[in-house]
Ligand binder design. Structure first.
Ligand SMILES: NC(=O)c1ccc[n+]([C@@H]2O[C@H](COP(=O)([O-])OP(=O)(O)OC[C@H]3O[C@@H](n4cnc5c(N)ncnc54)[C@H](O)[C@@H]3O)[C@@H](O)[C@H]2O)c1
Length: 253
């Protein structure tokens, strides 16, 4: 299998896209460190990984806290023996007009999505360099990392910065055989977006915004992330891939 003898660490693994990534890695042979601020969510995912016959460890982490992130890396290595792959899926999003966005909310979103991706990537990359066998990092950007979306100033800024950080890490880590890429999903049905589906007018808007006429399932995003984490992607680094049913392809009149 593609990920036999590999160990993957997934932040935000307790829900949504992160959970789908953990379960897909397990089906393809990887042992998985499932890290989340919700230990309960991480434990549920870890049980799913174990059902595939792979090792899993549930880890409590706050990706905004450097000490917590270092402890996550140490605990993953202690439990699994090594780390080869990191997926940064922990994330939060506000829906607040720019003129009313409280400073604390701006800080929360930037700290989780941008600083969290920096802290986890740096701690894992330091470990990968010491391990000396290369590795791969996949970041969660968004179509909101490539264009503006109303009422999401902090989210849009954080995801644009993740696209930049992905390029920067790719440049600085290429000679260590560490590839760094990002995915940019359109709307994916997860707990982050569940409230959209209560409102028929929002559902109609989602269908119009995605030329494919629908939103994504977390498993569809996991498929692209696994490709980018696999040896088939050894010559791909610094890139951000839309996976959005055509959302970024253009705007209808
Ligand atoms: N759902 C979408 O439509 C969509 C679209 C594009 C990008 N994304 C991105 O995909 C990623 C995953 O989102 P999702 O849709 O699976 O959402 P989700 O809410 O289902 O999962 C996010 C997870 O991150 C965890 N988390 C939040 N703050 C954390 C912290 N400080 N430390 C550790 N864990 C923390 C949450 O507990 C949760 O389990 C996010 O980065 C999100 O921005 C989602």
């Amino acid at each position: 299998m593609r990920f036999d003898n590999k160990c993957a660490l997934v932040t935000g693994g307790g829900s949504g896209i992160g959970r789908a990534v953990c379960l897909a890695f397990a089906r393809e042979g990887a042992n998985v460190g499932v890290a989340d601020v919700s230990l309960e969510g991480a434990e549920t995912t870890a049980q799913g990984v174990r059902k595939s016959g792979r090792k899993a460890v549930a880890l409590s982490v706050d990706v905004t806290d450097p000490a917590s992130v270092q402890a996550m890396v140490n605990q993953a290595v202690a439990a699994l023996g090594r780390i080869d792959l990191l997926v940064n899926s922990a994330g939060v999003r506000e829906i607040v007009p720019f003129l009313q966005l409280p400073f604390a909310e701006w800080q929360r979103v930037i700290a989780t999505n941008l600083t969290g991706t920096f802290l986890c990537s740096q701690a894992v990359a330091q470990y990968l360099v010491a391990q000396g066998k290369g590795g791969k990092i996949v970041n969660l950007a968004s179509v909101a990392g490539l264009m503006a979306v109303p009422n999401r100033a902090a989210y849009v800024s954080s995801k644009h910065a993740v696209v930049g950080l992905t390029k920067e890490m790719a440049l600085e880590l290429a000679d260590k055989n560490i590839q760094v890429n990002a995915v940019a999903p359109g709307v994916v049905r997860t707990s982050m977006t569940e409230s959209y589906f209560d409102k028929p007018e929002v559902v109609e808007g989602l269908k119009r915004a995605h030329p494919a006429g629908r939103w994504a399932l977390p498993e569809e995003i996991a498929n692209l992330i696994l490709f980018l984490a696999s040896p088939d992607a050894d010559f791909i680094t610094g890139a951000t891939f839309p996976i959005d049913g055509g959302f970024m392809a253009g705007k209808a009149f």
